[in-house]
Write a protein that binds this ligand. Sequence first.
Ligand code: C5P
Length: 400
Amino acid sequence: MTIKKLNILLGVSGGIAAYKAPDLVRKLTATGAQVRVVLTESATQFVSPLSLQAVSGNPVSTDLLDPAAEAAMGHIELAKWADILLIAPATANCIAKLAHGLADDLLSTLYLATSAKVYLAPAMNQQMWFAAATQANLATLTQRGIQIIEPDSGEQACGDTGPGRMPEPQYLASLVTQPEAAQVLKGKRIVITAGPTREAIDPVRYISNHSSGKMGYALASAAKALGAEVTLISGPVALDTPAWVNLVKVESAQQMHQAVMLAVAETDIFIGCAAVADYRPVECVGQKIKKHNQELTLTFIKNPDILADVANLKGAPFTVGFAAETQDVSHYAKDKLQRKNLDMIAANDVSDRTIGFNSDQNALSVFWKDGEKSLAVADKGQLAMQLMLLISQNYNEKHA
Ligand code: C5P
């Protein structure tokens, strides 16, 4: 993925979704962009300028008449600096001010003074979103070439249900930095497995592995952000469920296998990201094993290979696997691609402790029948977006 270095001015107005602003800044800077942040006065009640200064690495402006800020970079200079002005969240009040050309604070003044491409991510109560005045203001701004980013629908902070939630930061970051990528998976159904499995030994013990599930969950978020309908089949993890993903929780490899086989019909893309236990104890004994003996011997039996079973289904979806290797990554990954009859495989070197299992970062080498691509070390969210875009490209080529 090639990313042009952009100057992004992020305007944050005073809605509850402003708490997502630091994460949004991180996702924007992770694309290689320079980010400067402007807060309205009410936004400072929801998120601190200091946090945003720390994550953006630049001073944060809040006041039109602040002599120190003006001396550093005057508001007209800031308006000219920006390639993109993203206002997220944009409250109903902020939208009304922009539609009517008011310039009574720094953000509304910058909006009038900039020639940058402007994106608004409205976020508000669903009734305020539907209000005739808000819709008329949005229509005016659309007519003037401002891009309105549709809010997500669902449960709102106030308890209402409906449109008005600010979309995920990763989605906003992809949309403004790579507008061509947005919604490339619209209407596609994707099933992703994530996390470890637990194989029971007795009622209180199990064997498992160190998978945190972070990569699979990041892939689910990225796929959702690109417009897909996502089912995430997850082993036990300590992660929040990404917004608007259909989550199926399982424990063992056999349960995961069953859940996948149920979910995978009519699926366009299957991604096996879970660290499925290769073996399970032949039996899970009914009572807790007592420590009477010096030695304990357990007999294991092989678990079903979920990925291979999906890849070999009649009318199989586009199937993507992962390979965690400690040596000869490319050799073993290519072998697995062929042996399991996959469309793509993403391999990582788990001998490097700074990436992969349990870490927030990863690096991947991705292989398919007649191509390969290295995705350099990056935050798992950023890497997941790059991988989803690559998967979508290959999926489209296969179905062209
Ligand atoms: O053969 P290996 O376990 O190294 O393959 C890893 C890939 O296969 C991963 O994508 C993993 O999710 C998948 N897998 C699976 N079911 C298994 C074992 C691995 O789906 N029982």
